[in-house]
Design a protein around this ligand. Structure first.
Ligand code: NCD
Length: 303
Protein backbone atom coordinates (compact mmCIF):
# COMPACT_ATOMS: atom_id res chain seq x y z
CA UNK A 1 0.00 0.00 0.00
CA UNK A 2 1.22 3.43 -0.95
CA UNK A 3 0.57 6.90 0.55
CA UNK A 4 1.35 10.33 -0.87
CA UNK A 5 3.09 12.54 1.70
CA UNK A 6 5.51 14.48 -0.49
CA UNK A 7 5.78 15.00 -4.26
CA UNK A 8 9.14 13.23 -3.96
CA UNK A 9 7.36 9.98 -3.07
CA UNK A 10 7.06 9.45 -6.82
CA UNK A 11 10.13 9.21 -9.09
CA UNK A 12 10.16 11.58 -12.10
CA UNK A 13 9.35 8.53 -14.28
CA UNK A 14 6.35 7.65 -12.10
CA UNK A 15 5.23 11.28 -12.26
CA UNK A 16 5.43 11.20 -16.05
CA UNK A 17 3.16 8.15 -16.06
CA UNK A 18 0.76 9.90 -13.69
CA UNK A 19 0.66 13.02 -15.90
CA UNK A 20 0.14 10.92 -19.05
CA UNK A 21 -2.80 9.32 -17.30
CA UNK A 22 -4.14 12.75 -16.24
CA UNK A 23 -3.92 13.99 -19.85
CA UNK A 24 -5.70 10.86 -21.06
CA UNK A 25 -8.46 11.48 -18.51
CA UNK A 26 -8.70 15.07 -19.76
CA UNK A 27 -9.12 13.89 -23.35
CA UNK A 28 -11.26 10.78 -22.74
CA UNK A 29 -13.28 11.36 -19.56
CA UNK A 30 -15.95 8.78 -20.49
CA UNK A 31 -13.36 6.00 -20.42
CA UNK A 32 -12.87 6.57 -16.68
CA UNK A 33 -16.44 7.31 -15.61
CA UNK A 34 -16.85 3.94 -13.84
CA UNK A 35 -13.24 3.21 -12.92
CA UNK A 36 -13.97 3.65 -9.20
CA UNK A 37 -17.47 2.18 -9.03
CA UNK A 38 -18.08 0.94 -5.49
CA UNK A 39 -15.07 2.78 -4.01
CA UNK A 40 -15.23 5.39 -1.26
CA UNK A 41 -12.97 8.39 -0.70
CA UNK A 42 -12.87 9.98 2.77
CA UNK A 43 -11.93 13.67 2.89
CA UNK A 44 -10.75 14.50 6.43
CA UNK A 45 -10.13 18.24 6.53
CA UNK A 46 -9.05 19.76 9.84
CA UNK A 47 -8.39 23.10 8.14
CA UNK A 48 -10.39 25.24 5.67
CA UNK A 49 -10.29 24.48 1.95
CA UNK A 50 -12.41 25.01 -1.13
CA UNK A 51 -10.37 23.79 -4.09
CA UNK A 52 -8.45 20.92 -2.60
CA UNK A 53 -11.39 19.24 -0.87
CA UNK A 54 -13.94 19.85 -3.60
CA UNK A 55 -11.52 18.88 -6.37
CA UNK A 56 -10.85 15.59 -4.57
CA UNK A 57 -14.57 15.02 -4.20
CA UNK A 58 -15.22 15.96 -7.81
CA UNK A 59 -12.36 13.67 -8.91
CA UNK A 60 -13.80 10.66 -7.05
CA UNK A 61 -17.35 11.31 -8.26
CA UNK A 62 -16.13 11.68 -11.87
CA UNK A 63 -14.51 8.26 -11.48
CA UNK A 64 -17.83 6.74 -10.40
CA UNK A 65 -16.91 6.52 -6.70
CA UNK A 66 -18.49 8.09 -3.65
CA UNK A 67 -17.31 10.43 -0.94
CA UNK A 68 -17.65 10.75 2.84
CA UNK A 69 -15.87 13.12 5.20
CA UNK A 70 -15.75 16.27 7.26
CA UNK A 71 -14.61 19.76 6.35
CA UNK A 72 -13.96 21.17 9.77
CA UNK A 73 -12.16 19.82 12.84
CA UNK A 74 -14.95 21.18 15.05
CA UNK A 75 -17.47 18.82 13.47
CA UNK A 76 -15.20 15.76 13.89
CA UNK A 77 -14.26 13.82 17.02
CA UNK A 78 -10.99 15.79 17.10
CA UNK A 79 -13.06 18.30 19.06
CA UNK A 80 -13.54 15.58 21.72
CA UNK A 81 -9.81 14.93 21.82
CA UNK A 82 -9.48 11.97 19.43
CA UNK A 83 -6.01 11.55 17.89
CA UNK A 84 -5.48 11.41 14.13
CA UNK A 85 -4.08 7.88 14.59
CA UNK A 86 -7.36 6.69 16.10
CA UNK A 87 -9.46 8.61 13.60
CA UNK A 88 -7.65 7.06 10.61
CA UNK A 89 -8.08 3.54 12.03
CA UNK A 90 -11.80 4.16 12.05
CA UNK A 91 -11.83 5.82 8.62
CA UNK A 92 -9.98 2.75 7.28
CA UNK A 93 -13.11 0.71 8.12
CA UNK A 94 -15.35 3.10 6.21
CA UNK A 95 -13.41 4.11 3.08
CA UNK A 96 -10.89 2.84 0.52
CA UNK A 97 -8.69 5.95 0.37
CA UNK A 98 -8.35 9.14 2.42
CA UNK A 99 -7.29 12.71 1.66
CA UNK A 100 -6.27 14.55 4.84
CA UNK A 101 -5.50 18.21 5.52
CA UNK A 102 -4.22 19.22 8.93
CA UNK A 103 -2.79 22.41 10.49
CA UNK A 104 -0.01 20.39 12.17
CA UNK A 105 3.07 19.57 10.09
CA UNK A 106 3.43 15.80 9.77
CA UNK A 107 -0.10 14.87 10.94
CA UNK A 108 -1.02 13.06 7.68
CA UNK A 109 2.24 11.11 7.96
CA UNK A 110 1.35 9.99 11.50
CA UNK A 111 -2.06 8.96 10.16
CA UNK A 112 -0.39 7.03 7.31
CA UNK A 113 1.52 4.87 9.80
CA UNK A 114 -1.67 3.59 11.42
CA UNK A 115 -3.84 3.52 8.34
CA UNK A 116 -5.22 0.47 6.57
CA UNK A 117 -5.89 2.54 3.41
CA UNK A 118 -3.79 4.92 1.27
CA UNK A 119 -3.54 8.40 2.82
CA UNK A 120 -2.94 11.49 0.71
CA UNK A 121 -1.46 14.57 2.37
CA UNK A 122 -3.79 17.37 1.27
CA UNK A 123 -1.69 20.03 3.04
CA UNK A 124 0.02 19.91 6.45
CA UNK A 125 0.53 23.29 8.10
CA UNK A 126 3.28 25.37 6.47
CA UNK A 127 5.07 22.20 5.37
CA UNK A 128 3.96 20.48 2.15
CA UNK A 129 1.07 20.40 -0.28
CA UNK A 130 1.93 17.54 -2.65
CA UNK A 131 -1.31 17.41 -4.64
CA UNK A 132 -1.07 21.14 -5.36
CA UNK A 133 2.44 20.44 -6.62
CA UNK A 134 1.19 17.62 -8.84
CA UNK A 135 -1.37 20.11 -10.17
CA UNK A 136 1.34 22.73 -10.78
CA UNK A 137 3.64 20.25 -12.53
CA UNK A 138 0.85 18.91 -14.75
CA UNK A 139 -0.13 22.49 -15.66
CA UNK A 140 3.44 23.42 -16.56
CA UNK A 141 4.00 20.20 -18.52
CA UNK A 142 0.69 20.54 -20.40
CA UNK A 143 0.96 24.26 -21.21
CA UNK A 144 4.74 24.65 -21.64
CA UNK A 145 5.39 21.22 -23.13
CA UNK A 146 8.07 20.13 -20.66
CA UNK A 147 9.29 20.28 -17.10
CA UNK A 148 12.76 21.69 -17.60
CA UNK A 149 14.69 24.56 -19.12
CA UNK A 150 12.89 27.57 -17.65
CA UNK A 151 13.23 30.44 -15.22
CA UNK A 152 10.51 30.44 -12.60
CA UNK A 153 9.78 33.34 -10.27
CA UNK A 154 8.03 32.49 -7.03
CA UNK A 155 6.50 35.59 -5.52
CA UNK A 156 4.84 36.48 -2.23
CA UNK A 157 4.86 34.54 1.02
CA UNK A 158 7.76 32.17 0.53
CA UNK A 159 8.17 31.70 4.27
CA UNK A 160 4.80 30.19 5.16
CA UNK A 161 3.56 29.18 1.70
CA UNK A 162 3.56 25.38 1.62
CA UNK A 163 2.67 25.27 -2.07
CA UNK A 164 5.91 27.13 -2.88
CA UNK A 165 7.96 24.83 -0.64
CA UNK A 166 6.50 21.71 -2.23
CA UNK A 167 6.94 23.03 -5.77
CA UNK A 168 10.60 24.02 -5.29
CA UNK A 169 11.34 20.58 -3.81
CA UNK A 170 9.76 18.90 -6.80
CA UNK A 171 11.31 21.10 -9.50
CA UNK A 172 14.92 20.56 -8.41
CA UNK A 173 14.75 17.11 -10.00
CA UNK A 174 14.39 18.58 -13.51
CA UNK A 175 17.13 20.02 -15.74
CA UNK A 176 18.07 23.65 -16.27
CA UNK A 177 15.66 25.32 -13.90
CA UNK A 178 16.53 28.72 -12.49
CA UNK A 179 14.66 30.00 -9.46
CA UNK A 180 14.04 33.64 -8.67
CA UNK A 181 12.52 34.16 -5.23
CA UNK A 182 10.62 37.41 -4.95
CA UNK A 183 9.55 38.31 -1.43
CA UNK A 184 9.82 40.94 1.26
CA UNK A 185 12.70 40.33 3.67
CA UNK A 186 10.31 38.99 6.36
CA UNK A 187 8.79 36.37 4.05
CA UNK A 188 11.92 34.91 2.51
CA UNK A 189 12.23 31.27 1.58
CA UNK A 190 13.22 29.14 4.62
CA UNK A 191 16.93 28.43 5.12
CA UNK A 192 16.49 24.69 4.73
CA UNK A 193 15.33 25.20 1.14
CA UNK A 194 18.13 27.67 0.32
CA UNK A 195 20.66 25.22 1.81
CA UNK A 196 19.24 22.39 -0.28
CA UNK A 197 19.58 24.48 -3.48
CA UNK A 198 23.17 25.44 -2.60
CA UNK A 199 24.06 21.83 -1.91
CA UNK A 200 22.66 20.69 -5.23
CA UNK A 201 24.32 23.59 -7.08
CA UNK A 202 21.00 24.87 -8.42
CA UNK A 203 20.83 28.43 -9.67
CA UNK A 204 18.69 30.79 -7.59
CA UNK A 205 18.48 34.45 -6.65
CA UNK A 206 16.46 36.41 -4.13
CA UNK A 207 14.99 39.82 -4.91
CA UNK A 208 12.43 42.15 -3.41
CA UNK A 209 11.03 43.99 -6.46
CA UNK A 210 8.89 41.99 -8.90
CA UNK A 211 9.30 44.62 -11.67
CA UNK A 212 13.07 44.10 -11.77
CA UNK A 213 12.88 40.45 -12.78
CA UNK A 214 9.62 40.29 -14.70
CA UNK A 215 11.26 40.29 -18.20
CA UNK A 216 13.39 37.23 -17.31
CA UNK A 217 10.57 34.93 -16.26
CA UNK A 218 9.05 32.02 -18.19
CA UNK A 219 6.73 31.27 -15.30
CA UNK A 220 5.50 33.43 -12.45
CA UNK A 221 4.08 31.57 -9.45
CA UNK A 222 2.15 34.06 -7.32
CA UNK A 223 1.16 33.22 -3.74
CA UNK A 224 -1.10 34.66 -1.08
CA UNK A 225 0.30 36.05 2.17
CA UNK A 226 -0.66 33.26 4.61
CA UNK A 227 -2.68 35.23 7.14
CA UNK A 228 -3.49 32.23 9.33
CA UNK A 229 0.18 31.44 9.94
CA UNK A 230 1.18 34.92 11.17
CA UNK A 231 1.84 35.45 14.84
CA UNK A 232 0.54 39.00 14.85
CA UNK A 233 -2.06 40.86 12.84
CA UNK A 234 0.07 44.02 12.46
CA UNK A 235 2.74 42.21 10.44
CA UNK A 236 0.08 40.67 8.23
CA UNK A 237 -1.53 44.03 7.51
CA UNK A 238 1.84 45.57 6.71
CA UNK A 239 2.78 42.80 4.26
CA UNK A 240 -0.50 41.66 2.73
CA UNK A 241 -0.48 44.03 -0.24
CA UNK A 242 3.26 44.03 -0.81
CA UNK A 243 2.79 42.61 -4.31
CA UNK A 244 -0.07 43.32 -6.66
CA UNK A 245 0.31 41.93 -10.17
CA UNK A 246 -1.51 44.22 -12.59
CA UNK A 247 -1.59 44.83 -16.36
CA UNK A 248 1.25 47.37 -16.15
CA UNK A 249 3.57 44.74 -14.64
CA UNK A 250 2.32 42.13 -17.14
CA UNK A 251 3.49 44.56 -19.83
CA UNK A 252 7.08 43.90 -18.73
CA UNK A 253 6.78 40.13 -19.14
CA UNK A 254 7.57 37.80 -22.03
CA UNK A 255 4.73 37.16 -24.44
CA UNK A 256 4.59 33.48 -23.51
CA UNK A 257 5.17 33.81 -19.78
CA UNK A 258 2.52 32.02 -17.73
CA UNK A 259 1.09 33.20 -14.42
CA UNK A 260 0.22 30.44 -11.99
CA UNK A 261 -1.37 30.74 -8.54
CA UNK A 262 -2.56 27.89 -6.30
CA UNK A 263 -5.53 30.10 -5.31
CA UNK A 264 -7.29 31.45 -3.33
CA UNK A 265 -6.11 34.88 -4.40
CA UNK A 266 -6.68 37.86 -2.19
CA UNK A 267 -5.19 41.07 -3.65
CA UNK A 268 -1.94 39.81 -5.14
CA UNK A 269 -3.34 39.48 -8.67
CA UNK A 270 -5.59 42.25 -9.82
CA UNK A 271 -8.76 40.92 -11.53
CA UNK A 272 -7.87 42.85 -14.69
CA UNK A 273 -5.08 40.29 -15.27
CA UNK A 274 -7.64 37.46 -15.60
CA UNK A 275 -8.37 38.44 -19.21
CA UNK A 276 -4.68 38.16 -20.19
CA UNK A 277 -4.12 34.90 -22.12
CA UNK A 278 -1.01 34.34 -19.99
CA UNK A 279 -3.11 34.08 -16.83
CA UNK A 280 -3.23 30.30 -16.34
CA UNK A 281 -4.52 29.99 -12.75
CA UNK A 282 -8.07 28.97 -13.58
CA UNK A 283 -6.85 26.37 -16.09
CA UNK A 284 -4.49 25.22 -13.34
CA UNK A 285 -7.47 24.55 -11.03
CA UNK A 286 -9.03 22.39 -13.77
CA UNK A 287 -5.81 20.38 -14.07
CA UNK A 288 -6.11 19.80 -10.32
CA UNK A 289 -9.15 17.60 -10.91
CA UNK A 290 -7.47 15.50 -13.64
CA UNK A 291 -4.35 14.94 -11.60
CA UNK A 292 -6.32 13.93 -8.49
CA UNK A 293 -8.32 11.48 -10.62
CA UNK A 294 -5.05 10.01 -11.87
CA UNK A 295 -3.67 9.89 -8.32
CA UNK A 296 -6.72 8.10 -6.90
CA UNK A 297 -6.54 5.50 -9.69
CA UNK A 298 -2.81 5.04 -9.13
CA UNK A 299 -2.97 4.66 -5.33
CA UNK A 300 -5.94 2.28 -5.58
CA UNK A 301 -3.93 0.32 -8.17
CA UNK A 302 -6.72 0.65 -10.71
CA UNK A 303 -4.66 2.40 -13.38
C1 NCD B 1 -3.23 26.63 -0.98
C2 NCD B 1 -3.06 25.99 0.38
O1 NCD B 1 -4.02 25.55 0.98
O2 NCD B 1 -1.92 25.93 0.81
N1 NCD B 1 -4.51 26.50 -1.49
C3 NCD B 1 -4.81 25.40 -2.24
O3 NCD B 1 -4.86 24.31 -1.75
N2 NCD B 1 -4.98 25.60 -3.55
C4 NCD B 1 -2.75 27.99 -1.09
C5 NCD B 1 -3.21 28.99 -0.07
O4 NCD B 1 -4.04 28.71 0.78
O5 NCD B 1 -2.70 30.11 -0.16
Amino acid sequence: MRHLMSPLDFTPEELDKLFDLANDIENNPAKYAHACDGKILATCFYEPSTRTRLSFESAMIRLGGRVIGFSDAASSSASKGESVSDTIRIISCYADICAMRHPKEGAPMVAGEKSGIPVINAGDGGHQHPTQTLTDLLTIRSLKGSLGGFTIGLCGDLKFGRTAHSLINALVRYDNIRFIFISPEELRCPDYIIEMLKKKGISYSEVIRLEDVMPELDLLYMTRVQKERFFNEEDYIRLKDFYILDTAKMGLAKEDMLVLHPLPRVNEISVEVDADPRAAYFRQAQYGVYVRMALILTLLELA
